[in-house]
Ligand binder design. Structure first.
Ligand code: NAD
Ligand code: G6P
Ligand code: MN
Length: 443
């Protein structure tokens, strides 16, 4: 097998050590000759970079490793960019969550006004990475999981239609791992699934075992009672904080709305926004939980590795479900035709839905990219929700391109999480002030 050169963009991310450990666990399937980190925050990246240098030296000394804030150095001579940047970092996520809450509207990383604000910051950041990649390594592929993936994907479809970028999300995989546990299967790969929707906005419509037996009845029975809560909450799993457990449990109320399907957990924000607001604390949102939890833990462990010059007592762990990133890279590198959920142009796959929408559907992935599978017609309820949400996402991208206040106001107003155009305007005006260093100036 030929060996690959990989760049992790967003080297200072809390997820970087987990991805590195996951890549190290999979070197037999996806061999690496060079690994680089790139970030625009030198100090943040240095902590992660120094610790990973020690870990790599111990576990895979043959891999050439470096980290940099110089685009030319970072993006030259690479085959894959694995991108997970957060433009504005947690400080801006906190404002995305708290500003809407001031007006009684939910504050969430990727949903509602918070997700829209984050989208307005991310578009430029991800386009910049793509342009560096095309300039310095035109044959490389970008595997992007920078959020909000729906808006970023729509922006790249529109503005860089020929770019070699694949947008992917880990939420369906996290849920499928829970489904596998409910079904007492060894792995989610024992299930053949059909799924459709937008990113963080979709439904499973068919789940079978390899013999073709329908697994939905058993799943429905469990989800109707317990949502996606499973007995063994594995501590190594990414989504294990109390707020995530509440989200998995809430799926039991989301499910009955469309009981022929199984919902993505994110639908709770659109279907039960009043519940979400009632259970939010404007003084302490998810951003605070992440800064006090995952960020402190990851940077603390990295500092420990650096001080000790060894990873002996280090508690950093692989993100179990991050394996999908290796599956995706392998699919491109070795033309495996693995079936994976990706965010791709609809182009008729969902026959009764906007053909230019970026939808999350199963695709066969090979060296030339994704071949989306055909979904056919979807029911009116799901289609109605998706029509509304895709208009929000498209309006955000148009607002960013045209620097249009009007379109961004329309986008926020149209979000199912927002009760009125006047509330939308209050939130928008606050978000504009908060994002002055990141958004284009609107007119
Ligand atoms: P983080 O803030 O810890 O890391 C993000 C890093 O990106 C920071 O080090 C920051 O300095 C860097 N960065 C910001 N703007 C940049 C730019 N323009 N160029 C280069 N680097 C830049 O955030 P995190 O919580 O670790 O999450 C990272 C990203 O991964 C977020 O976008 C998050 O939403 C996303 N994510 C996506 C999925 C998915 O399912 N698609 C899953 C988990 C996380
Ligand atoms: C899931 C989603 C990601 C999102 C993450 C947030 O994995 O698929 O898109 O970024 O959750 O997790 P956090 O722990 O940062 O709230
Ligand atoms: Mn996601």
């Amino acid at each position: 097998m030929n060996k690959h050169s990989v760049l992790i963009a967003g080297g200072g991310s809390t997820f970087t050590p987990g991805i590195v450990l996951m890549l190290l666990d999979n070197l037999d399937k996806f061999p690496i000759k060079e690994l680089k980190f790139y970030d625009n925050d030198a100090e943040r990246q240095e902590t992660i970079g120094k610790a990973c240098a020690i870990i790599l030296k111990e576990k895979a000394p043959d891999i050439v490793f470096s980290y940099t804030t110089e685009p030319a150095e970072a993006f030259s001579g690479i085959d894959f960019v694995m991108a997970h940047i957060r433009v504005g970092k947690y400080a801006m996520r906190e404002l995305d969550e708290k500003i809407p809450l001031k007006y009684g509207v939910l504050g969430q990383e990727t949903c509602g006004p918070g997700g829209i604000a984050y989208g307005m910051r991310s578009i430029g950041g991800v386009l910049e990475l793509l342009d560096y990649m095309e300039k310095y390594s035109p044959n490389a592929w970008m595997l992007n999981y920078s959020n909000p993936a729906a808006i970023v994907a729509e922006a790249t479809r529109k503005l860089r239609p020929n770019a070699k970028i694949l947008n992917i999300c880990d939420m369906p995989l996290g849920i499928e791992m829970r489904m596998a546990e409910i079904l007492e299967l060894e792995s989610r790969k024992e299930m053949d699934i059909r799924y459709y929707g937008l990113n963080h906005f979709g439904w499973w419509c068919d789940i079978r075992d390899k013999a073709g037996n329908d697994l939905m009845p058993k799943l429905k029975e469990h989800v109707a009672k317990h949502g996606y809560v499973v007995q063994e909450e594995l501590s190594s799993q990414q989504h294990c904080d109390a707020s995530w457990l509440d989200t998995f449990a809430k799926a039991k109320d989301v499910y009955p709305l469309a009981p022929d399907t199984m919902p993505n957990t994110y639908l709770k924000y659109y279907l039960f926004p009043d519940y979400v607001v009632k259970h939010s604390n404007i003084e302490y949102t998810r951003a605070n939980e992440v800064m006090d939890g995952r960020e402190k833990f990851v940077f603390g462990e990295c500092n420990k590795v650096i001080e000790q010059g060894s990873s002996a007592d280090c508690e950093l762990h692989t993100d179990d479900h991050a394996e999908y990133i290796v599956d995706l890279a392998r699919a491109i590198a070795y033309n495996t035709k693995e079936r994976m959920l990706l965010i791709v142009p609809n182009n008729g796959s969902i026959s009764n839905f906007n053909s230019t929408a970026m939808v999350e559907i199963p695709c066969l992935v090979g060296s030339n990219g994704p071949e989306p599978l055909s979904i056919g017609e979807i029911p009116l309820f799901q289609k109605g929700m998706m029509d509304q949400q895709v208009a929000v996402e498209k309006l955000v991208v148009e607002a960013w391109i045209e620097k249009s206040y009007q379109k961004l106001w329309q986008a926020i107003t149209l979000s199912k999480t927002v009760p009125s155009a006047s509330v939308a305007k209050f939130i928008l005006d606050d978000l504009i002030k908060a994002n002055k260093d990141f958004w284009p100036e609107l007119n």
